[in-house]
Design a binder for this molecule. Sequence first.
Ligand SMILES: C[S@@+](CC[C@H](N)C(=O)[O-])C[C@H]1O[C@@H](n2cnc3c(N)ncnc32)[C@H](O)[C@@H]1O
Length: 278
Amino acid sequence: MGDAPVMAIGKITRGRVVLDDTAPQVLVPYRDNADLIAHVARLGFLDGTVLDATYGLGTFWKDFKPDTLVTNDLYKPADHAWDFLDLPSRDGEFDAVVYDPDYKLNGTPALAEMDARYGVGEDMVNRQMRLDKMTVGAIECYRVARNFLLVKCMDMVEGGKIRWQTDLVTRAIEDVGGEKVARFMLHYVPIPQPPSWKATPLDATVKPKTFRSGNAEHAAREWVVEQGGGTVEQNRQITAASNYSSLLIFKRREFVRVRGKVAVGGILWPENDPEAAA
Ligand SMILES: C[S@@+](CC[C@H](N)C(=O)[O-])C[C@H]1O[C@@H](n2cnc3c(N)ncnc32)[C@H](O)[C@@H]1O
C-alpha cells in the first residue's frame, strides 16, 4: 500500500481555519473573494503584472494588490474599457490575467439590480449566448496571459439543470493548449429557488405554463380556469442546490489558434471573424 495522502494541516486563528499556504488546493472557509485572492497570491499565482479583465467594483483587491495591476471593464470605471472578447493586448502581455465573467445565467426584473452589477444586459438574453461569451472571453484572456489565467465561475442550477461552467471553461482552455493546475472553491449559503407552479390546461392545443413570481399558485389556478380547466402542480427542484463558486487556475503552455471555430450562440471569436480577417 502506498503512502497515505498528505492533507494540508491548518491552525485555528480567531475562530477561522487557516490552512498551510503551500497546498495547491484546499478546502478553507474563505471570507470572500478578496480573502481567496489574497490566499492565491501567497501561492505565487499573481506575481508580476496582473490584468483584471473584469474589474467591476474591484472587490477582489481589498486584501491584496499586485505590484502592477491593470484594470479593465467595458461597463464600469477602470483603467481600460476593452471588450474581453477582443483585447488589444499582444499574446502573453500580462504575467497573470484574472477573469470573473458574468456567470449568472438568467435575469428577472426582481434581480435587475444584480444584473446591472454583474453586467448581464439586454444583449445577453439567452443561456447559450451567456455561456459562449464566458468561454470565448476565457480564451481571449488566456491568449494575453504569460503565466497564469484565473477564472471565476460557478456550476449553477438554472432551468432545472446543473450547468457545469467549470467543465465548459476547462474544455475551452484545454482546447487552446492550457493546463488546469488548481481549483479553489468559495462556499456560500445558497438562496433557495422560489417555488414554481406548472399549469397544464385540459385543452391539449394550449401549451402548459410555469408561474414563478408573486402568489404563483393562485395565478396558475386562475389561468387554468380561464383555459377551461386543467391541473396545477408544484415543480420540484430535482437538482442539488449549488453552494460554491470556483476559481480555476490555468497554466499557460501554448496558444493553439483554432481558425473557423465559431461559438454556438453566434459570438465570433475575433480570430475567426471574417470581417476582421479581411
Ligand atoms: C462578475 S462582474 C465582475 C465583478 C468584479 N470581480 C468585482 O470585484 O466587482 C463581471 C464584470 O464584467 C464586465 N463585463 C461584462 N461584459 C464585458 C466585456 N465584454 N468586456 C469587458 N468587461 C465586461 C461587467 O461590467 C462586470 O463588471
